[in-house]
Structures are given as C-alpha cells and as structure tokens.
Design a protein around this ligand. Structure first.
Ligand code: HEC
Ligand code: HEC
Length: 335
C-alpha cells in the first residue's frame, strides 16, 4: 500500500510539472469548490476552447482531403473510413480494417481533439500531426499510399488544382496536402461538454451521479494520469502499474511493448500515451488492444491494474456517469 501511495504521489508530481509546462491555468475553479482535494485544487483538468477558424477555405480543403480515397494506394480508404466524425471520430472496431482485408495491430483512437495531445499514436512515435499523417498515408496496412501517385491523381483534378492554387498559391504537393489535413485536424475540437460547462461555473451541467463520479475520479487518482485540457494525452504511463495486465489478458505481442518500441529503453516497456478521455463514451471498444468492449469494462480494468483496487459496481457506475459528461460538441460545418 505504501509503495502505491509513493507511486501515485510521484505520478501526481510528474503530472503537475507537465501541467505547468504545457497547460494554461484554469480560468475558473468554481466547479471544484464542492469538495476539496488538496493537491488538485489548482484544477487538474481545463476546459477546451472553441476552434479558431482563420482560413475557412483551407479547412474545407482539409475536410475534403480527409474524405478523399485517392489518398490510399488502392482507392478504397479515406481517413474518414476509420475516423467517422458522426460516431466519435473512430471506427467502432476492435482493430482497424485496413486494405485487402488486413487488420491493423492497434485500436483506432479518435481524431477529435487529437491535436491537443503532446504526441500522436498509442506509443507517441509521431511528434506532430504532420508526422502522423505522413506515416498513416504510407502505412502498408492502413492506406498504402505513396505521395508521388497522390500528387499525380490530385493534379489531374482541375477543381483540386484551382483550390490548392487559391489556398497555397501553388499546385498540389505532398507538403500542402499534409498542411491542409493537419490544419483541419487542428480545428476538430469538441468544446462545451457538460463537464467543461461545469468547470466554467455552470454547476447544474452535471447531475448528481456525474458529480460523484468526478469526485471519485479525483479521489481514486485517475486524474493523476488523465488530466490537462485533454484529460489525457500529456504523459506516458505503464499499462499495468499495479498488476500484470498482459499476463492476465494472455497472448502478449510486440505491440504491447508500447513506448519501448520507440525508445528501446527498458523502463518504457508496456508504457503508452495516456489516452484522452474526451468523448470516451462514443469510442468503444477501448485500450490499444481494443480488449475492453464497454466503458464499464475499461473502468474496471483501470481501477484494478492502474490503482490496485477492486472495482465495485457502484463506483464503476458513477465513474462511467462522469466519463459520459466529457462528450462535447463538434461544429456542424466541420463534420
Ligand atoms: C485503416 C484505418 C485508418 C485510416 C484509413 C486512417 N487511420 Fe488514423 N489511425 C488509425 C489507427 C489504428 C491509429 C493508431 C495507430 C497507432 O497508434 O500506432 C490512428 C491514429 C491516428 C491519429 C493519432 C491519434 C492519437 O491520439 O494518437 C490521428 C491524428 C489520425 N490517425 C488521423 C488520420 C488521418 C488524418 C488519416 C488520413 C490521412 C487517417 N488517420 C487514416 C487508423 C486509421
Ligand atoms: C497510472 C496512470 C493511469 C491511471 C491512474 C488511470 N489510467 Fe486510465 N489509462 C492509462 C493508460 C496508460 C491507458 C491506455 C492503456 C492502453 O490501452 O494501453 C488508459 C486508458 C483508459 C481508458 C480507455 C481509453 C481509450 O480510449 O481506450 C479509460 C476509459 C480510462 N483509462 C479511464 C480511467 C479511469 C476511470 C481511471 C481511474 C479509475 C484511470 N483511467 C486511471 C493510464 C492511467
């Protein structure tokens, strides 16, 4: 138990160093006034802002490219094939269905608010959205595209050439396609979730169960890993801090090594980017292996393997109620 406490204290310290470096302080902490959690009173979770749309034509271009199957080698896959913005920004599958009937190795995360994450992919191997896009398009399972062919296909389309010329003052190029897509990713934000409204002082935005769930989320220590503006997305942490998740699940594979695959450092074995919990009620199944079919299952695994406690049904119910308050709004014109 003692080592557990020390561990959590360490995580909280590390987490808060992360907060002060990357996050702006919460503007209002009135939502936290209902109960006091000493080390957390500065506001471990911040609301997200409305997207700022500076160049609508570039955004629309990015959106159309996101839905464009010419970005894949065999013309069958667009980004939206796996990232459905009508359904949480992911694909609802345990593992993604790539081209030629092949399955990908890890669960598809949502693109919503992904630009707020400090790194992209479960193992954080892409430092930026631009890097993520380059890698996804060329991934032999996911899109199997190649940039010269993509440039050629889009340049054969007069209306695309006109639009690129208008937005970039230049013809279609890989760099401009990546820029338009990344700009679009940058505005896929979901502000105004009930929880964000609550943080901004609208106390009635959460019902009683959701408020109790939030209190548990802080008190049990979930917030030591899932925090910041994206309620996740700003730390790497072990999956299985308090138990051997992979031995219990069975069939461990290289994919489960997580961050270790990027750094080769022993201490990074089984570490993953802590995922954002925004819109999490919309993105089942869960975890990098897609092993948790429901939010209840995912929460129970977290309580047991990350916190070393036994999940009781009532606590799980309240935590799930809180997590359901994290679904925000995506502006209609961006879908
Ligand atoms: C075949 C399904 C598939 C297609 C098509 C696809 N993705 Fe993904 N996407 C995934 C999977 C799976 C991951 C996670 C990969 C990993 O972590 O190793 C991912 C990860 C991402 C991430 C990182 C999110 C995070 O939190 O780490 C972003 C952003 C993203 N995709 C955007 C795109 C864009 C833009 C396109 C089109 C250029 C695209 N995806 C096409 C399946 C897909
Ligand atoms: C020690 C850090 C840590 C703590 C504490 C923690 N989590 Fe997590 N959480 C993670 C990591 C890492 C993952 C990703 C695991 C994976 O799939 O590899 C995750 C994944 C999740 C997911 C799945 C998200 C998705 O999109 O697949 C949910 C839901 C979740 N956590 C909720 C909670 C709740 C609720 C608590 C408290 C009971 C909690 N977590 C405590 C680190 C933590």
């Amino acid at each position: 138990m003692e080592s557990h406490a020390v561990l959590l204290a360490t995580i909280i310290m590390v987490a808060c160093i992360g907060c002060s470096q990357r996050e702006e302080p919460a503007k209002s902490s009135s939502g936290l006034a209902d109960f006091t959690v000493p080390s957390m009173s500065l506001g471990p979770i911040m609301p997200i802002a409305e997207p700022v749309i500076e160049n609508p034509e570039k955004i629309t271009l990015g959106k159309d490219l996101f839905n464009d199957r010419r970005l894949s080698g065999d013309g069958t896959r667009s980004c939206s094939f796996c990232h459905d913005l009508q359904n949480g920004g992911d694909d609802g599958r345990r593992l993604p269905l790539g081209i030629d009937g092949q399955y990908g190795y890890v669960n598809t995360p949502t693109v919503l608010n992904a630009s707020l994450n400090f790194a992209q992919f479960w193992d954080g191997r892409a430092q930026s959205i631009e890097e993520q896009i380059t890698s996804t398009v060329q991934n032999p399972i996911e899109m199997d595209g190649d940039w010269p062919s993509i440039e050629q296909a889009l340049r054969a389309d007069q209306s695309m050439v006109r639009r690129f010329t208008k937005v970039y003052g230049a013809n279609v190029s890989a760099a401009n396609v990546i820029n338009a897509l990344a700009t679009y990713m940058g505005v896929l934000l979901t502000p105004n979730s009930p929880f964000d409204r609550y943080l901004k002082g609208e106390t009635s935005a959460l019902d009683e169960d959701q408020r109790s769930g939030y209190e548990l989320f802080v008190r049990l220590g979930c917030v030591s890993c899932h925090q910041g503006r994206n309620i996740g997305g700003n730390l790497f942490q072990h999956f299985g801090v308090m138990g051997d998740y992979f031995a219990d699940r069975g069939q461990p594979s290289d994919v489960d090594l997580g961050r270790y695959n990027v750094t080769g450092r022993e201490e990074d074995r089984y570490k993953f980017k802590v995922p954002s919990l925004r819109n999490v009620a919309e993105t089942a199944p869960y975890f990098h292996d897609g092993s948790a079919a429901t939010l209840e299952d995912a929460v129970a695994v977290m309580v047991e393997y990350q916190l070393g406690r036994e999940a009781d049904d009532e606590q799980t119910r309240l935590l799930v109620a809180f997590l359901s308050s994290l679904s925000g709004e995506l502006e209609e014109s961006l879908r």
